[in-house]
Write a protein that binds this ligand. Structure first.
Ligand code: AMP
Length: 154
C-alpha cells in the first residue's frame, strides 16, 4: 500500500477543494492553478498512479462522467471548446502520481489570443510498412494481455 497521494487526501476531505462532482468511483474538483475558467480535474477514488495501472471499472466510471463534466465546464466557461489532458509519468508532465483527467475549457478561436491548454503539436509521418509493423506490435501486446491480464479487470 503506497502513501496517500495529494488527491487521496482531497478525496478523503483532509485537504480542501472546490468539489463539483462525486460518485462511488470518481471525484471531480477545480484545478487550483487553472489554465482557464472551469478547468476541472476528474480523479478516480482508486489510488492508481497511471492509466496503465487503473482498473477497467474505474476507467469506465471516468469515461461515463467525462461528457457530463465537459458540458458543465462549457457552461461555466461560456465556451464549447475544450481539451482533455491526461499525463502518465513525471517525464510526461505528470506532477501528481494519481490518475487524473484535466478538462480544460478553451476560450477564443485557434490562432487568436485564448485561455486554455497551450499545445505544441508536431506531426510526424507514418509510412505504410511502418504502420503495419507498429499496428501488429500493438495487436500482439493486446492479445498477450487478453490471455494474461496485466491490470484492470480485462
Ligand atoms: P499533472 O501535471 O497532470 O499531474 O497535473 C496536476 C494538477 O494538479 C495541476 O494542474 C495542479 O494545478 C493541480 N493541483 C495541484 N494541487 C492541487 C490542489 N490542492 N487542488 C487542486 N488542484 C491541484
Amino acid at each position: 500500500m503506497r502513501a496517500p497521494t495529494l488527491f487521496d487526501r482531497i478525496i478523503q476531505g483532509e485537504l480542501p477543494s472546490h468539489r463539483v462532482y462525486e460518485d462511488d468511483l470518481v471525484v471531480a474538483f477545480l484545478d487550483i492553478a487553472p489554465q482557464s475558467r472551469g478547468h476541472l480535474l476528474v480523479v478516480p477514488r482508486e489510488s492508481a498512479a497511471t492509466m496503465a495501472e487503473l482498473s477497467d471499472e474505474s476507467a469506465a466510471a471516468i469515461g461515463r462522467v467525462l461528457p457530463r463534466l465537459c458540458r458543465a465546464a462549457a457552461i461555466a466557461s461560456g465556451s464549447p471548446l475544450s481539451n482533455i489532458l491526461q499525463n502518465n509519468g513525471r517525464g510526461a508532465g505528470q506532477a501528481v502520481p494519481h490518475v487524473h483527467f484535466h478538462v480544460i475549457p478553451r476560450t477564443g478561436p485557434r490562432g487568436k489570443p485564448f485561455s486554455g491548454l497551450e499545445t505544441d503539436w508536431r506531426p510526424g509521418s507514418l509510412g505504410g510498412a511502418e504502420g503495419q509493423r507498429i499496428a501488429e506490435h500493438i495487436r500482439i501486446a493486446l492479445e498477450a494481455e487478453a490471455e494474461a491480464p496485466a491490470g484492470g479487470d480485462a
